[in-house]
Ligand binder design. Structure first.
Ligand code: FDA
Length: 393
């Protein structure tokens, strides 16, 4: 049996980062992953450019049953620490929008950084390896795997969430938590497009490909970014963001004119161009194809502006500014960027990520019930949680 100080299960963002940190402290570290190719999510992230952190990352950008849990790790290893590391590696990056930092060239640079950090710290990464069984012993843990038996003092579970099964996602981390008597909170797909009920889908199908600036509101939370009509339903950053806050059966309210008061705009236009059709007027703000479909969808009559009473103009504006949509569901884990829920943070130390009931067992990254917004926040959680565990395992 090969015995090391630390075994990390999962060679993703959190696992590799934690392994490198532990290795730097002189610990012997072995990382095991069942995937043929590792770092799949990193390579796919940010459209191939990896949105590796966010300049404004703070605890408010994370969802968790215990919103305080993430504070300690995020403050001990923050976005500026990771940016410094990226800079040290000479990786060029830029801010795309809203503090989101992307590689100029390729997400491969971030994977190379992680593997290089592991290499420098003497970390062994083995894959593909199936972990078949885990036992707790007096000295630590023993693992049965497809490559034989391994033993360790500290076991770090960094198996991520359930999103994108074809990239190696599995519920293994939750099973390990349950095996050791730790509570796992129900999981659901997050940062995911909405699917629509048949009637909405049919009415809006023609809009596929149109993107609009919009505010999405649900459960007292709102995001203003673009929404994108697709042939399956609704996507775009505003929709992905609000999907984290939405539960089946709930309604999402969209303001399709977040930049200006549409009532005032219509009133002004009515004075200036009384003979213009409502559709022509609205086409000053929205794509023509959208206006045509929207008037029918909202059951609005298309008349010259002068024929609308004040109240009627308000009704038109309300239709666009308070569009109430009840999604049918989401596209699920197949396309979701993250998994909400997971290992209950009450079971873990926020300083070290160690399971309170099981000394030597750690959970880091997305496997636990900490989920970030869209925009680099999830990788920052992988770095922060991985780093704090890496200092103690
Ligand atoms: P991660 O999923 O990275 O790694 C888990 C590892 O565990 C994988 O290598 C997997 O193979 C392995 N594993 C799973 N089960 C196992 C088992 N049974 N045995 C052994 N190994 C096992 N976030 C962000 O901040 N910016 C972005 O740009 C993006 N973009 C993005 C795009 C897409 C398409 C997706 C799906 C996700 C993103 N994300 C993102 C989210 C981000 O990728 C995610 O939050 C982190 O990768 C989570 O890091 P972890 O290390 O926790 O899990």
């Amino acid at each position: 049996m090969l015995k090391v100080d630390v075994i990390v299960i999962g060679a993703g963002a959190a696992g590799l980062f934690c392994a490198a940190e532990a290795g730097k402290r002189g610990r012997s570290v072995l990382v095991l992953d069942h995937a043929k190719r590792i770092g799949g999510k990193i390579l796919m992230s940010g459209g191939g450019r990896c949105n590796f952190t966010n300049m404004y990352a703070s605890p408010e950008n994370y969802l968790s049953a215990n919103p305080h849990f993430c504070k300690s790790a995020l403050s001990r290893y923050n976005q500026w620490d990771f940016i410094a590391l990226v800079t040290q590696y000479g990786i060029a990056y830029h801010e795309k929008t809203l503090g989101q930092l992307f590689c100029d060239d390729s997400a491969k640079d971030i994977l190379k950084l992680l593997l290089s950090e592991c290499d420098k710290a003497g970390v062994q990464v083995r894959h593909p390896v199936e972990v078949q069984n885990i036992d707790k012993t007096a000295e630590g843990f023993e693992l049965e795997t497809s490559q034989g038996q391994f033993g360790c003092d500290s076991l770090v579970v960094a198996t991520g969430g359930l999103s994108i099964p074809k990239l190696g996602a599995s519920p293994f981390g939750y099973k390990i938590a349950e095996q050791f008597g730790l509570k796992v909170l129900p999981t659901r797909a997050g940062l995911v497009p909405f699917t629509l009920h048949e009637q909405d889908k049919a009415a809006l199908a023609e809009l596929s490909g149109i993107s609009l600036d919009a505010t999405a509101v649900c459960n007292h939370t709102s995001f203003r970014e673009n929404i994108l009509f697709t042939h399956r339903g609704l996507s775009g950053p505003s929709v992905l963001q609000i999907s984290n806050y939405w539960h089946p059966g709930e309604t999402v309210t969209f303001n399709l004119s977040p930049g200006q008061n549409l009532t005032e705009f219509l009133q002004t236009e009515q004075q200036a161009h009384p003979d213009a059709l409502l559709s022509t007027t609205l086409a000053k703000l929205f794509p023509k194809r959208f206006v045509q479909v929207a008037l029918e969808y909202f059951a609005l009559t298309n008349k010259p502006m002068k024929q609308y009473q004040g109240k009627q103009l308000e009704q038109v504006a309300d239709a666009f500014m308070q569009w109430q949509l009840k999604p049918n569901g989401t596209e699920g884990y197949r396309t979701a960027e993250v998994t909400l829920g997971g290992v209950d943070t009450n079971e873990l130390s926020s300083k070290t990520m160690e399971a309170r009931k099981v000394p030597g067992l750690y959970f880091i990254g997305e496997v636990m019930d900490v989920t970030g917004w869209l925009g680099g926040y999830n990788f920052q959680w992988a770095w922060s949680s991985g780093w704090v565990a890496g200092q103690v395992v």
